[in-house]
Design a protein around this ligand. Structure first.
Ligand code: MAN
Length: 470
């Protein structure tokens, strides 16, 4: 049930009290004094006011007659709203005043202020009721808005704490990752050095085998004196014969030379004399191969992991796991930071002086006007499409409030209009008991006006309504 309220505006109460004279300058008509024309040019006895004779050049002495062509005529309009009309409209055969006073000579009009006054009062009463209900809803909206703000501020504090916690977790995971990564690299490097050595020995053995079998002409696994003597590689002084001294130099006093004796005695000397360059080449070649492999550890892990022993595999696995934990922690932190950024954005939004528009955040309102489908998502963007589910044109993005009264929103930077300029939208919000778009127009190409109703715009303090009874 609604209470009854009465509109008592300071202005209108003054008007009602002084129905004999034009509204804005009513205090100048004081019957106890001479009347001074508004332009200050002349002063006349008050009896000359409204005597149907124009005394003042500005016509201010005849507010109730048509005597002055440049003056204004005042209709009392009892039962409705008093009104001033230009004197030129007096007795012109058209009804301007509902009390018919402007046509006092033609007699063409009849008094009907009571009818239109009563309709206007009904309308006013309906508007008042909407305003009263709207204001109540507005109070709920702002309570919700304020609660949302507090909740968001609390959520922000929680998120900040969560961020700090996860920052620590990330630092920890990063440290673990780095330690294990370092361990892995060291392990792989040591493996690689080891395998280089093995490779070198293998290749050296092949060379030894080659020389040994070349000298061992009868392939009995033993180098006999005759076989040794035939080989110029043992002719150290290059005099054409392998002398006894040369044999002793390479083999000591051994008789039949097995491969192992050859390896231990002759080989170290041969290596120095003849094969240094070749072995050096083999070594460096091997080293180069390893260098390439180490330059891409990740790939190397994948390709050669199979060859690693259990401990190396374990460290690679642990390092991988540590990396994944680090990656997950990083993603979690990034997620929290994104949440913080969007919450910060929401908290920095201007939802009205009392947060009464906060509930519009994340909401969208639709409107269809025979030609287009429109969608406004307050504090975000405005869209237009030919079909309900068709491709959408951005008419504008949230740019802010245009007035201190929080009645007009601006959305700009929409899609280009014929490549000339960008579309823009103004949203004019009036008091209503529901949040809705009631009209969309495009008075200038690509400049749209949305008319919206919302209880958020029903601020009782904006009006001259006062309580009559509760
Ligand atoms: C589309 C719509 C209209 C706009 C024209 C401009 O049809 O966005 O609102 O006037 O483009 O060409």
């Amino acid at each position: 049930m609604f209470t009854i309220f009465q509109l008592i505006c300071t202005l209108s109460s003054t008007i009602l009290a002084l129905v004999e004279v034009p509204l804005p300058k009513s205090d100048r008509y004081d019957p106890s004094k001479d009347f001074t024309c508004f332009d200050g040019q002349d002063s006349i006895p008050f009896a000359y006011v409204n005597d149907d004779y124009c005394d003042c050049e500005d016509g201010s002495d005849e507010p109730g007659t048509s005597a002055c062509p440049n003056g204004t005529f005042f209709c009392k309009n009892i039962g409705h709203i008093p009104q001033s009309i230009p004197s030129s409209r007096v007795n012109d055969g058209f009804c301007d005043c509902c009390d018919a006073s402007d046509e006092y000579l033609t007699g063409k009009c009849v008094y009907h202020c009571d009818i239109i006054g009563s309709k206007a009062n009904q309308l006013k009463e309906t508007k008042n009721q909407i305003f009263i209900l709207g204001n109540r809803l507005r109070l709920q909206l702002l309570a919700t808005g304020n609660r949302m703000k507090v909740e968001r501020e609390l959520a922000m504090i929680k998120l900040e704490n969560k961020r700090l916690k996860h920052l620590k977790v990330l630092e920890e995971k990063e440290y673990q990752k780095d330690v294990l990564d370092k361990q892995k690299v060291e392990q792989l490097q040591s493996k690689s050095t080891k395998s280089m050595q093995e490779q070198k020995e293998e290749e050296e053995n092949k060379v030894v085998d080659g020389i040994f079998s070349a000298v061992d002409a009868n392939h009995d696994g033993i180098l006999e004196l005759a076989e040794i003597k035939k080989r110029p590689i043992f002719d150290e002084d290059k005099d054409g014969t392998v002398s006894k001294e040369e044999i002793e130099y390479f083999f000591g006093f051994n008789g039949n030379v097995t491969r192992s004796i050859f390896y231990e005695t002759a080989w170290p000397k041969l290596k120095q004399l003849y094969l240094f360059d070749k072995l050096d080449f083999l070594r460096s070649n091997r080293a180069n191969n390893n260098y390439d492999r180490e330059s891409d550890t990740e790939r190397n892990d994948e390709i050669t992991e199979e060859k690693y022993d259990a401990s190396t595999k374990e460290i690679i696995q642990k390092s991988k796991e540590a990396y994944l934990h680090y990656k997950t922690a990083k993603e979690i932190l990034e997620g929290i930071e994104q949440e913080i950024a969007s919450l910060k954005n929401v908290l920095s939004m201007d939802y009205g002086p009392e947060n009464e528009f906060a509930v519009w955040e994340g909401e969208c309102f639709k409107y269809f006007d025979q030609s287009f489908h429109y969608k406004i998502c307050p504090f975000d963007k405005v869209l237009q499409s030919h079909r309900a589910d068709g491709p959408e044109t951005i008419l504008g993005n949230w740019a802010g409030w245009l007035d201190k009264e929080y009645k007009t929103m601006l959305y700009d930077g929409g899609e280009f209009c014929w490549k000339d300029y960008r579309r823009t939208v103004k949203v004019v919000i009036s008091c209503g008991i529901a949040n809705e778009v009631v009209r969309v127009s495009e008075p200038t190409k690509c400049e749209y006006i949305f008319e919206m109703l919302s209880p958020a715009a029903c601020n009782i303090l904006d009006t001259c309504f006062i309580h009559d009874e509760l």
